[in-house]
Design a binder for this molecule. Sequence first.
Ligand SMILES: *Cc1c(COP(=O)(O)O)cnc(C)c1O
Length: 393
Amino acid sequence: MTTKRKPATLAIHGTESRRGKNEPVSPPMYHSSTYVLQDSETVEAAMSPGSDKRYIYQRYGNPSQDLLEKRMALLEEAEDSMFFASGMAAITTAVLSVMNAGDEVLSIPALYGQTLNFFKKELAKFSMSARFVAIDELYDLKNIVSGKTKLIYFETPANPNMQVVDIERVVEQAKKFGLKTMIDNTYASPINQRPIPLGTDYVVHSATKYLGGHSDVLAGVIVGDKNFIDTCRKRSHMYGPVIDPFNVFLLLRSMSTLEVRVKRQNENALKLAEALKKHPNVEVVNYPGLPDDPYHETAKKQMDGFGGMIAVDVKGGKKEAMKVADSFEVILNAVSLGGVETLASIPVITSHIWLSPDELKEAKVTPSMIRISVGLEDPDDLIEDFNQALDKI
Ligand SMILES: *Cc1c(COP(=O)(O)O)cnc(C)c1O
């Protein structure tokens, strides 16, 4: 095949050509903590510094994990990737692999709650620091960067308020000032957005979400160049936040349907967002796929689809949001996202419960906000369920 394979094909076959080698079609689960090598000389060579042989012991990986990591790198158009036990394991390992003592990460306040916690409370233990600026300030870093700034980190679309950051504008500024960039691409998935060809250095995901896709896996992944992934591998061999072989199996299975799932979720989300806008008890619908959304043009430029996440502000406050969340009949009131079932959660009582009123304001998270992860149900049923719940306010 001479043409470049498309994402739907890559997610199922990678770039492999499996012909007549008696290989199983479904990659097996390597549930073994240790491996027998052919003789002691091979053992010595495998264990020696610089050896790239990793099928020795489960903490160093296994052949199916390699296959998964190769396919993920292809989907993100990157050189390499490494999977972890959770998104937070991937994020903390990646950030600690870029930064050294004295370095500062520059970020925006709309971040996944535990990432924000890690930046604000944990980095100081490593003599590192974090500083938060508004999105617009990332587009002109001249008066923002300090001698300590090393990394720019953000999510786009951002959790939970659906703000979109213009990746190319930030990358251009970062390159000008010699900074590295890292994007949490969880919300978009590589089907809707690939930050690496846009110039981003590193990508992280909570693979628990769209990549897993069925609300049954906890995992994370770092994507980047070979050198960086090698650094992350060495760090994870020491800290041990490694992925379980069963979750590798589940992810290989899930990722083969990633493209159809995400495309259907994009369609369902747009239909639901349009319907929500019409309900009298809705204040604002934050969804970059809506033509009048303030982030629509930026999203259109850098995304192939607008994703399955919506943030809706209902009329009233926290009490009204809770009333709606408790009145659904199809939609489930649960945290997490990216699965086949539509989930709704209220950020101020879940992912952002630790934030003070000032921090919530800074992160643009309102008490009346309901975050929706749109699943694969029939969109008419979702719209009807939302309408009856909103009618109860
Ligand atoms: C869930 C999530 C994380 C954390 O991932 P875990 O797999 O739960 O550790 C990080 N970033 C975003 C945007 C998330 O939604």
